[in-house]
Design a protein around this ligand. Structure first.
Ligand SMILES: [Fe+2]
Ligand SMILES: [Fe+2]
Length: 210
């Protein structure tokens, strides 16, 4: 496979991931990755798609292999077997800090910045009266980061590490992630309405530029 292909990435995600929240997580991280690519000056559509594909795929093996011994290692193995480029494989591996794969390229750094924060922003949106990311201020997310009782499973240190990795001030990164989710808020379930199921087909359309 010479070019990363979004439709193939979606098919692979759906083959391994039956639960809706994890499919939505892939889509939200995809949107953040594309926004980070644009922020890094990427304009070539194929390159933008590649960054997005890393977001879609980064947790594709997690439902089947959720332990630290397996998650991401199995995924990387499967990607290689199926002919995905080493660039994609490494970037997928780099999202999990315990792999010891140091994020080096801009795309590898971006997945670290996008992953935990995408989920955290979604959690912040859901506790608003509107249950929507559309009226979620970045300040509210920053405040919630300090509230240890809120969304305990999200590692705040990992969010900060991500912002440092891409060299974007945390407040700006939060705004970028919020903006990336707004165009697809309903699909992600953070638009104030129950999200529709994401079946294997059709492939959801690409997230528009925020
Ligand atoms: Fe993961
Ligand atoms: Fe993730």
């Amino acid at each position: 496979m010479s070019d990363p292909n979004r439709a193939q990435a979606w098919a692979l995600l759906c083959e391994f991931t039956k639960t809706q929240p994890l499919r939505r997580h892939g889509l939200s991280v995809e949107a953040s990755m594309r926004a980070l690519a644009r922020r890094a000056g990427v304009t070539d559509p194929a390159e933008l798609e590649k960054w997005g594909v890393v977001g879609l795929l980064h947790d594709f093996d997690y439902e089947r292999f959720p332990t630290m011994e397996d998650h991401v290692w199995r995924g990387m193995e499967i990607l290689r077997q199926r002919g995905w480029s080493e660039e994609i494989v490494k970037a997928v591996g780099a999202h999990a800090p315990y792999t010891g794969i140091a994020p080096e390229t801009p795309m590898q750094r971006a997945i670290v910045a996008a992953d935990e924060l995408s989920g955290f922003v979604g959690a912040c949106a859901l506790v608003r009266p509107s249950k929507s990311v559309r009226d979620l201020p970045a300040e509210s997310v920053l405040k919630k980061m300090k509230d240890k009782a809120f969304a305990r499973s999200v590692d705040r240190g990992e969010i900060r590490r991500g912002a440092e990795a891409v060299g974007i001030p945390l407040a700006e990164l939060v705004s970028l992630v919020i903006a990336s989710q707004i165009p697809i808020a309903d699909r992600l379930g953070v638009g104030g309405v129950a999200a529709p199921d994401l079946p294997d087909e059709p492939v959801p359309h690409e997230p528009p530029a925020a």
